[in-house]
Write a protein that binds this ligand. Sequence first.
Ligand code: ZN
Length: 283
Amino acid sequence: MASPLLRATLITTLSRDPSTLPPTPQISQLPNPTPKIVTFQLPERYQPVETYIADELDCDVVNITIGTGDLQKSFNVHKTPLCKKIPYFDKMFNGSFEEASTQRATFPEDHLVPFMLLIGWVYTKTIEIPKSLECDGSEEDPAPHPTTHLLRLFVLAEKLMVPKLADATIDLLSKYCAASCILPHIEYLNEEYKETPEDSKLRLWIARAIAHQFCFSVSESYESEPLKVLLADDVYLLGDFLSALKVQQSNRDGSEPSDPTDFPPCDYHQHAESEPCPYAQEK
Ligand SMILES: [Zn+2]
């Protein structure tokens, strides 16, 4: 054993010269008694990032103005993440359009809150839960319900051709409605149905929501006259409603889902039925 004097000398020497210390490991390697190739794949949300959000903010900003009149609002948005996530804006701000020279764009006919949710998603890859009716602060009268904002966000994502955002939005809409035990009012379902193309996955969700409420809701909106007027106004909605109702009626024993939020999420995703779901590993 070293003498107390020698030990003191060694400690002093080591503490004076940190370069002689072994590097501190940043992780502990767990013992692996069976050395073989590990094929376990981390779920997507645990995969290391390729680029930090902060790295993408060292760039120019573009100006986006939404709405008109009292509902109009402008935002400066970092160009790199916006154009990377949404090719529509890449073409707009980096192409030969007027917006590329001014670095400004206006969307007078779009709703404000869905666009704000889209901008939040560009930065964070998650969709903020829209404000409740009580603190919405919207100039719109009546203030839209959070589910109305989400329906409109889906329409916006589809219009700007951002399938990932559309998928995330309808997943969130279903989860929000299921957790709150609600479905959007037929008036707002009808309003957003009219904004969708014929092959939109939102049309299926809306038709199922109307058929489910027609069968189980006590709201007078689902009594014959208002519903008749609404369906008579749009032959596509009428057709989708009847298809959803037919499924409801063939399922009288309740063994199959009826509420649109109980169906498999992939029914509403943008990928084809035969393709694997890109979100299957997310838990
Ligand atoms: Zn899917």
